[in-house]
Design a binder for this molecule. Structure first.
Ligand SMILES: [Zn+2]
Length: 425
């Protein structure tokens, strides 16, 4: 590690200010100094990385990460994968997040009970490459809820854990707390592709939601809810859940409740999976016509209007798009930033800040992550070009010429800079 001085960079610090020409000094795993207005950082003893005008910005943060979803075309398939293979695949995915510039992620469910936990621990131990990660439980759901893909006549495991009644939710939650999760995930609402639990169906009871939230609260952990229906959002808010995924079909009362708790809660609409299921899943047998019939067009339109409204009300809305499906694969996660600009009328700066500074808040690391700031952790991207003029360049790994996590290069810009030098010669 040691000292690294980035020179010749445009610093997009994610504080909200405009980018500036400057220099950044990293020492160990922290940003030691940021210089602007022609000033230099102390280069003594430092390796100098001349960015050649590249943009230096904080690493991206995913608010709805599924490290163990295997770009599958069916949720049933996740249950068929043996745990050993599944662990290896999750490990490969962890690296993929980092390859794409995501240096942190808040998991929104593991596909098996201990997958997130072992991947997070291995990353933290430095054994495998991957983002900083908050580990989640599998989706806790009810019989005939989203994730119950069992068959009546034959045993088969699923990616979810099925609980009925507050006692079962409490027991499973406590067991997963023992194993070391950071977040408990519940499925209080269904989803349009589940015929028996649609998006507007609220399938968990309030005492079931309360049981999980109580376990989380008692251990200083958080609850995240898959909440498409308005009632499921209200239930989660009444019971103190912190992370509201989707919130697509919220009504006025639910929006008022979200606004009232805007400093405590996060909304992650996951536009990515809805958009791609609607427009890009044809190769997997889901045409736009079928997806429209399923209700996804209506849901996307409703979600867009609701998110615009919630943004005006000051609710923290974060990019994160449920990547991990065949038509919405892991690695494409930065597309959500572009959806925020194109669909939700975020400015490029607002969208990038939601994916960096905003992401640090859902990671509960806002005082040391998500900005280029003295004393903050050195999770840094060096981007070829200006993402404020075109946020889509963040989706192109070739444009990420340097990727640093915790002060160490996952992708060393020297490789890019020497390659481009050779090309020029
Ligand atoms: Zn998800």
């Amino acid at each position: 590690m040691g000292k690294i001085a980035f020179t010749g960079v445009q610093v997009l610090d994610a504080s909200g200010g405009q980018p500036f020409a400057g220099e950044v000094l990293v020492e160990g795993n922290r940003i030691r100094a940021v210089a602007r207005d022609g000033a230099q950082v102390n280069r003594e003893g430092a390796r100098i990385v001349d960015g050649g005008g590249a943009t230096l910005m904080p690493g991206l943060i995913e608010s709805h990460m599924h490290c163990s979803f295997l770009d599958t075309d069916s949720l049933e398939a996740l249950g068929f994968v043996p745990v050993e293979e599944h662990t290896l695949r999750a490990m490969q995915n962890a690296k993929k997040f980092l390859d794409q510039g995501f240096t942190a992620g808040c998991s929104a469910a593991a596909a098996k009970p201990r997958l997130d936990i072992v991947i997070r621990n291995a990353i933290n131990a430095g054994d495998i490459p991957g983002p900083r990660m908050l580990a989640c439980t599998p989706e806790l759901t009810v019989s005939s809820g989203l994730g119950d893909v069992r068959l009546a006549h034959m045993h088969r495991d699923t990616f979810a854990l099925i609980c009925d009644g507050a006692d079962e939710f409490r027991k499973v939650s406590r067991e997963l707390v023992r194993e070391g999760v950071d977040t408990l995930k519940i499925n209080p609402s269904g989803d349009e592709f589940v015929p028996f639990a649609r998006a507007h169906h609220t399938v968990m009871t309030e005492d079931e939601v309360a049981a999980v939230c109580e376990v989380a609260r008692s251990r200083g952990l958080r609850t995240a809810g898959h909440c498409r229906s308005a009632e499921s959002v209200k239930m989660c808010l009444r019971q103190g859940a912190e992370i509201i995924y989707h919130a697509t079909l919220v009504d006025e009362e639910a929006k008022d409740m979200l606004e009232a708790e805007k400093d405590r809660i996060f909304v992650s609409p996951t536009l990515g999976v809805t958009y791609t299921t609607l427009y890009e899943a044809g190769d997997w047998g889901v045409t736009t016509e079928m997806a429209t019939d399923m209700g996804l067009k209506r849901e996307l339109e409703t979600a867009v209007e609701n998110m615009k409204d919630l943004k005006k009300r000051g609710v923290r809305i974060l990019p994160g798009g449920d990547y991990g499906f065949a038509w919405n694969p892991i690695g494409n996660n930065a597309r959500d930033i572009e959806y925020f600009v194109n669909l939700l009328d975020f400015s490029p700066m607002e969208a990038i800040m939601a994916a960096t500074k905003g992401g640090s808040e859902i990671m509960m690391m806002e005082n040391e992550l998500g900005q280029i700031k003295e004393g903050f952790l050195a999770d840094i991207l060096l981007v070829d070009g200006n993402p404020l003029t075109d946020v889509s360049i963040l989706q192109d790994a070739n444009r990420l010429i340097g990727i640093m996590k915790d002060g160490g290069f996952h992708k060393d810009p020297a490789d890019h800079l020497s390659a481009s030098q050779e090309a020029a010669e």
